[in-house]
Structures are given as C-alpha cells and as structure tokens.
Design a protein around this ligand. Structure first.
Ligand SMILES: CC(C)(COP(=O)(O)OP(=O)(O)OC[C@H]1O[C@@H](n2cnc3c(N)ncnc32)[C@H](O)[C@@H]1OP(=O)(O)O)[C@@H](O)C(=O)NCCC(=O)NCCS
Length: 159
C-alpha cells in the first residue's frame, strides 16, 4: 500500500468513497470543491492510499502542518475495502510520517463514540482517550459524543 499526495484527478473517487453510507455515517463529507481547497492548503496534507495496482482504496487528511505546537490532527481516514488490515497499515504509515518525518509532538483526532472499529484501531495503536465532547454532534438523527484521542511522540517512540 502506498501513501501519496492527492491530485485533482483523484477527487471524484474520493468524494464517491466519502459519500458511501458506510463512511458518511462516521465522517463529515466535503464537496469536491472543498477537497480541492484542502489539497492546496499549506496547513493540510491530503493523501490517497493505493494498492499495488494503483487503485485507490482510501484517503487521509492531516491538518495543523503549520502549527507551532507540533500538534497534528488526523482529520480523516477512510478505507473503502474494510476489514482487510488496510486501516491499520495506513495508520502506521501516518504515525511514521508524523513522528519520524514531520517530527510532530502530538498526533490527535476526534472520533464518534459509536465508531467502535475506529476507536478500537486507534486505541490498539497506542492512542489515549483525552476526553468526551458530550452531545456535540447532531448526526444520523441524534446527538452524539465525540471522543478526543491523542498519541504523543514519546509514547510512539517507546512502543
Ligand atoms: C475505521 C477504518 C479506517 C478502519 O480501517 P479498516 O481497514 O476497516 O480496519 P482494519 O481492517 O485495519 O481493522 C482494524 C481493527 O478493527 C477491528 N474491528 C473490525 N470491526 C470492529 C468493530 N465493529 N469493533 C471493534 N473492532 C473492530 C479489526 O478486527 C481490526 O483489529 P485486529 O487487527 O486486532 O484484528 C475504516 O473501517 C473506515 O474507513 N471506516 C469508515 C470511516 C471512518 O470511520 N473513519 C474514521 C473516522 S474517525
């Protein structure tokens, strides 16, 4: 699996993956125009994940690249072919990139508390829950909690 910069030509596929109901229930879908703005934003890294044959199997958005606190947000990770280990592989690539290449101090994210698969994945890779934003999201017809999770450089490197 390869992690590479998202190009304009990839965006139709990204929007299509993002709008699939298995993904849109857990993330906050953007329009193609919004993704286009994200790929040219210096604070953002927008990556596609591809299989060996070049087909796109997901994407990742990192934010906070210009942040002086060296705190990077894993804003989004979506894998279209679920349950094959791609999510874990992708997360490992992101952690390696953030801590070993960008030398960030803190990698953080938020996740809906109903998103058991993602929460398990993050926790099993060492992310710690920092707190709960109670009922802060109205999505899928109900109020939902957001869990804030983070991994610090020291924790990553001592693992
Ligand atoms: C969350 C997501 C990125 C994970 O990627 P994936 O490729 O499906 O995950 P993996 O195959 O690497 O599996 C990760 C782990 O979750 C476990 N898992 C699967 N379903 C689960 C569930 N319902 N509850 C808890 N754990 C679950 C798997 O067993 C695996 O653990 P293991 O390696 O110990 O066996 C992907 O499912 C996805 O895109 N979901 C929709 C969008 C989303 O939720 N993004 C994250 C927003 S914060």
């Amino acid at each position: 699996m390869l992690l590479s910069k998202t190009e304009k030509e990839d965006l139709d596929q990204i929007v299509s993956i993002e709008s699939h109901k298995d993904n849109s229930i857990f993330v906050f879908p953007n329009t193609k125009e919004e993704h286009l703005n994200l790929i040219s934003n210096e604070d953002i890294n927008h990556f596609i994940l591809t299989e060996d044959d070049g087909s796109i199997i997901g994407y990742v958005i990192l934010a906070g690249l210009t942040n002086t606190n060296k705190s990077i947000e894993l804003r989004r990770i979506v894998i279209s072919k679920k349950g094959k280990g791609y999510g874990r592989k992708a997360l490992n690539k992101i952690m390696n990139y953030c801590f070993n290449e960008l030398h960030c101090h803190r990698l953080w994210l938020d996740v809906l508390d109903a998103n058991d698969r993602a929460r398990y994945l993050y926790q099993s890779e060492g992310f710690k829950e920092e707190g709960v934003l109670r009922d802060c999201i109205f999505k899928n017809g109900k109020y939902q909690n957001l869990i804030i999770m983070s991994l610090l450089e020291m924790e990553y490197k001592n693992n």
